[in-house]
Write a protein that binds this ligand. Sequence first.
Ligand SMILES: Cc1ccc(Cn2cc(C(N)=O)ccc2=O)c(C)c1
Length: 317
Amino acid sequence: RSSAEKRVRELHDLLSQYNYEYHVLDKPSVPDVEYDQLLTELKELEEAFPDLQSPDSPTQRVGGAVLDQFKKVTHRSPMLSLGNAFNEADLRSFDRRIRESMGDHVSYICELKIDGLAISLRYEDGLFVQGATRGDGTIGEDITANLRTIRSIPLRLRQPFSIEVRGEAFMPMSSFLALNEEKEKNAEEPFANPRNAAAGSLRQLDPRIAASRNLDIFLYGIGDPGETGVESQSEGLNLLSELGLKTNNERRVCPTIDDVISYVQEWTERRAELSYDIDGIVIKVNSLAQQEELGFTAKSPRWAIAYKFPAEEVVTI
Ligand SMILES: Cc1ccc(Cn2cc(C(N)=O)ccc2=O)c(C)c1
């Protein structure tokens, strides 16, 4: 019995580590079949000793119950929408406005703008306890059961933080193409784009459907950064990564607007090489103290802007 308890803990830690290597780092250290054998061993032990099961076990990703509706969730801090920039002139006037009120000691950070569904994850003492859609920015829908099926979302952080994190859930292009092939084979309406496919998958009341859709996620924000001691967006992203959360590696600190414009040009060209859709670049003032000083307009921060790629000309044949 105690040896079963010890083995369950061991398998727990092993499988969580391997899952992290495969889905977050994209660098597995063991073959898939070894992962599968260990997972099967854990399932058998948990069946033999049900009290050894725990909510953060790798066997607990796909919940059983089919919901009849989603609960509402009020976000502790509102999930913002960003103002848009469409060209270099818009970016330069954004920079001018910032430097008029902040002086010249401002540095930016650029991040790819993932074309998916904005979501918020809440962890208590390291345990994943709730996940919600952005909704109207203040009230979203509780889609915890569906988010638990996303393998790159850890069910327990690598440090026991109580924290609310924000990110974008998305469907990789390969999963989107395979899903639409399947739909066409069954004479079902295909999804128009990966964003709709991700949103449609996370709105399913049966978590087994979300589990079958190979969704992924990038986290980019901390709901209550003050409590973590981080002082910039780039430090915040590094903390998320240290906690075992998936962040996008293409982020870059850009000290001047010229550096921002170079980054925007680079990713306008390199966009097609990504395995997921992006619809632009998010540019933020990196310092959290300067973000605080700049504050918000009626509906969006003064310290950030979303550069939107020109809509791709749609060729209808
Ligand atoms: C049978 C099987 C088991 C696991 C996986 C994928 N995978 C692999 C690992 C691993 N190698 O560390 C960890 C988690 C995981 O989800 C596939 C594709 C097929």
